[in-house]
Design a protein around this ligand. Sequence first.
Ligand SMILES: [Zn+2]
Ligand SMILES: [Zn+2]
Length: 263
Amino acid sequence: MTALAAILLSAAAMTAIVGVRYLLTSGAFALATRATRPGLYVGLDKQIAREIRWSLASAAIYGVPAGIVAWGWRQHGWTQIYEDVGAYPLWYLPVSVFLYLFAHDTWFYWTHRWMHRPKPFKAAHAVHHASRPPTAWAAMAFHPIEALTGAVVIPLLVFAIPIHVAALGLVLAIMTLMGVTNHMGWEVFPKFMVEGPLGRWLITASHHQRHHERYGCNYGLYFRFWDRVCGTDDGLGNFDAAARRARAAGAAGRRLAGRDAQG
Ligand SMILES: [Zn+2]
Ligand SMILES: [Zn+2]
């Protein structure tokens, strides 16, 4: 097989992996939502179809750079990914996971803040915010420009920061899980964690929900560090209040529609 064919195959395989991983994870949490909060996604079928389309397009954009780097790693020993767990001290395993998450969070915070400027918002980020309220399917609902800014992060980091292949798997699992749970419309983590000392630094659904509600705040991905340092942290959202408002808006809309039908 020529190198080009091998690269294309690797990119296609990665696209399939990212796409299937998205469908399984978002699907599982959408089912959990239906089981525990029946009715939360009622009336959102069109929006969900849109979220799935954008997310699957994003899967290809994530798959191509990942596929190229995976090919280079296997064929030419590119990257600092290691397989011998003894190659670095054991304490480095959790440290490497933290370094990846922190680097990704830093990149995300600043690109996300930039995308809230009027021009980039209109050109790219509006797609993500068109989900009101977002659902578990919105995890990768990004315009291609935004997807590209997210897709290059891990493929670049593996050249800079050594990481064991299993630790990298954990980073990707956390990335996938948080992308889904942060958008699904309810808090999956226990209250003591979200509202306790840990929650002061970690981002969960309650924090990102406020971003989707108020826009100009809570830009972070995993940690509240940059939001706190830069004064953009606006605390935690309240799902009960948001659900009440959504219901009230729905009822008002129905009343208006009824009046129009009569008038
Ligand atoms: Zn979001
Ligand atoms: Zn945003």
